[in-house]
Design a protein around this ligand. Structure first.
Ligand code: CMX
Ligand code: CO
Length: 144
């Protein structure tokens, strides 16, 4: 089941300055920085609140590290702003993706890929989701 908003993805041109804005303006303090080479981004996960299923909701600030990355292309066209939403599952991303694909929505990757903080992720095509790039997140692989 999709049990929470895992994060809202926000595309930015200057990761440190944008993170500082969210900290200074709203008082968010719990910030985790990392690089996701595969996705072509540097990112900052700002924790907003814990959720009932033991996970949390975040803002994910993303800055492109390559000109040919999805986020660089999006920034070029749209400028800074909300780029995607991500739902968290209490099951597996593979299971959620298969179920959603069965409803005729395009899933972007054949198998889940690595997301922030050890999570597994996949994406649904925005053109099949009323214009919203939608991500599925599993906090950790189920079989550990
Ligand atoms: N939200 C809504 N619509 C979007 C979109 C977005 N983020 N990105 C692209 N689109 C729309 C475009 O506006 C365009 O629509 P029109 O044809 O009406 O103009 C259409 O989708 C195609 O867009 P494009 O600019 O030609 O881009 P691509 O088809 O090359 O790529 C997508 C689009 C979704 C396949 C690509 O962005 C992708 O693979 N995204 C998933 C990976 C990703 O975004 N990674 C960064 C985040 C990492 C993380 O969250 O951890
Ligand atoms: Co994301």
């Amino acid at each position: 089941m999709l049990t929470r908003i895992d994060h809202i993805g926000i595309a930015c041109r200057d990761l440190e300055a944008t993170a500082e804005f969210y900290k200074a303006t709203y008082g968010f303090t719990d910030a985790h920085f990392e690089v996701n080479e595969e996705q072509g981004v540097r990112e900052c996960m700002l924790k907003i609140n814990e959720t009932g299923d033991g996970a949390a909701s975040y803002l994910q600030l993303i800055e492109p590290i390559r000109d040919d990355s999805a986020v660089a292309k999006w920034l070029e066209k749209n400028g800074e702003g909300v780029h995607h939403i991500a739902f968290g599952t209490d099951g597996t991303v593979a299971g959620e993706a298969a179920e959603i694909a069965g409803k005729g929505v395009r899933v972007l990757y054949d198998a889940p890929r690595n997301g922030s903080m050890g999570s597994l992720i996949n994406f649904l095509h925005p053109k099949d989701c009323h214009g919203v790039l939608t991500e599925l997140v599993q906090k950790r692989p189920a079989a550990e």
